[in-house]
Write a protein that binds this ligand. Structure first.
Ligand SMILES: Nc1nc2c(c(=O)[nH]1)N[C@H]1C(S)=C(S)[C@@H](COP(=O)(O)OP(=O)(O)OC[C@H]3O[C@@H](n4cnc5c(N)ncnc54)[C@H](O)[C@@H]3O)O[C@H]1N2
Ligand code: MOO
Length: 401
């Protein structure tokens, strides 16, 4: 659906907007990467064990492999089983084999006696403590962790460090993932200058680009920094025509002012607008569409609005296009430290801080105020039309620091 730039159009609810944004995305190609390069990606197919772990019954302790029925001994030492160097023979009646953690249980033995409860003199091993209480003590059974053919990581799950390790143990050296996304980021506004330049007059350091790059640092993206565009229609259209990316993120110029050019420039460059203006605070003027091969996400210029919309839309879009089954941010529940009034029709994300286990709204909530955002450790979520709530009530939050 195309929407024109009238301000009378209703605000799209956040969940509906996200569903429409995701519908604009096309799947990206998969690739196979060595384990160490796959961290942080999402599995593009089920990752299935090529081996059983443990591959045999192993000792869980350093001690002696014994036959439980032989206790209390004494026992005759006939050899050693170490991890990677199993004992080749069989433990017979009255015999034992020195064994170490991770070593294969020798044939004939059924229990491990820990060395703290045994004494050895030459080839004679005697019990000094209570000894194992039951047959089979201190053994890790074959397949305790997983078996050949088990799914270790399901398609769409993120490759966390533990999942990389389980895949390695499952015998895999390379993993199927979606390719890295190319994300172009461009700021708009005549007032903006690159950060780090001594300033006077009406100039403002461009902070959204660096903030967004930092927000994507843990995601599988290559960032294309398209810098700052002036508030000039022709320059903006020309820049948009050249975009070669999977996602184009713009900040600023999204609202209704005479210099808010992103929407008209997008269409003049051959792109299409899918929706504009959502029931969110901060972040109302966000827009989405397509341009060339890219999904376009037009974020508002106000820095806090850009942060909140990037949290709720840009990061989830990247996760979804990278194959995530669950691309949404992870919400948590906290206990409110103060009363909050009823909310209006815009879903609200309040900058907040945790003190003594309770969350409090952090000062003024103006969407230009970066220091408030920088000091906040969470956002309190107020659903659209939520009733008033009181100190002590549970509240949904997004942890941001
Ligand atoms: N008449 C109306 N005015 C506004 C409305 C409205 O509905 N009617 N919506 C307001 C809301 S809500 C927001 S949010 C802002 C967002 O507007 P834009 O996306 O057009 O943002 P700009 O006007 O370009 O900039 C807003 C503000 O942020 C500063 N900015 C912009 N880009 C950056 C950047 N890359 N780094 C740092 N700071 C940036 C810019 O200087 C402005 O101060 O519109 C309201 N107006
Ligand atoms: O909704 Mo705007 O994003 O408040 O400042």
């Amino acid at each position: 659906m195309m929407m024109r730039s009238g301000t009378a159009s209703p605000l799209l609810p956040v969940t509906e907007a996200r569903a429409r944004l995701f519908a604009l995305a096309v799947p990206v190609a998969a690739e196979t990467l060595p384990l160490r390069d796959a961290a942080g990606r999402w599995a593009a197919a089920d990752i299935v064990a090529l081996r059983t772990q443990p591959s045999a019954d192993l000792s869980a302790m350093d001690g002696y492999a014994i036959r439980f029925a032989d206790l209390p001994g004494p026992l005759t030492l006939i050899g050693e089983s170490a991890a990677g160097r199993p004992f080749p023979g069989t433990v017979g009646a009255g015999e034992t084999v020195r064994i170490f953690t991770g070593a294969a249980m020798p044939a004939g033995a059924d229990t491990v006696l820990v060395q703290e409860e045994a004494a050895r003199e030459g080839d004679r091993v005697t019990l000094t403590g209570e000894g194992p209480r039951t047959l089979g003590r201190n053994i890790r059974r074959k397949g305790l962790d997983f078996s050949h053919g088990d799914t270790l990581v399901a398609k769409g799950e993120r490759l966390t460090p533990a999942r990389i390790a389980v895949a390695a143990t499952g015998g895999l050296g390379a993993l199927p993932v979606n390719r890295r996304l190319r994300v172009a980021i461009v700021a708009t506004g005549d007032e903006l200058v690159a950060p780090g330049i001594a300033l006077g007059g009406d100039s403002l350091p461009e902070s959204n680009g660096a903030m967004l790059a930092a927000m994507l640092a843990d995601l599988p993206v290559e960032i294309l920094d398209l810098g700052i565009l002036p508030d000039r229609f022709d320059v903006t259209v020309a820049a948009f025509r050249r975009v070669d990316a999977d996602i184009l993120v713009t900040t600023g110029g999204a609202s209704v002012g005479d210099h808010d050019l992103v929407r008209p420039a997008l269409e003049a460059a051959g792109g299409s607008l899918d929706f504009w203006r959502i029931a969110l605070r901060p972040g109302k003027p966000m827009m989405a569409g397509r341009l060339n091969q890219a999904v376009v996400l037009g974020l508002p210029g106000n820095p806090v609005s850009a942060f909140v919309t990037a949290t709720l839309f840009l990061r989830p879009l990247i996760a979804a296009m990278s194959g995530a089954l669950d691309p949404l941010p992870r919400f948590a529940t906290a206990i409110l430290g103060q009363d909050l009034p009823a909310n209006d029709h815009r879903e609200d994300y309040l900058r907040a801080e945790t003190r003594d286990g309770l969350v409090f709204v952090a000062g003024l909530q103006d969407s230009s105020m970066l220091l408030t955002l920088a000091r906040a450790d969470c956002l309190i979520v107020r659903p659209a039309n939520a009733p008033a709530i009181m100190a002590g009530d549970p509240v949904e939050i997004l942890v941001i620091a």
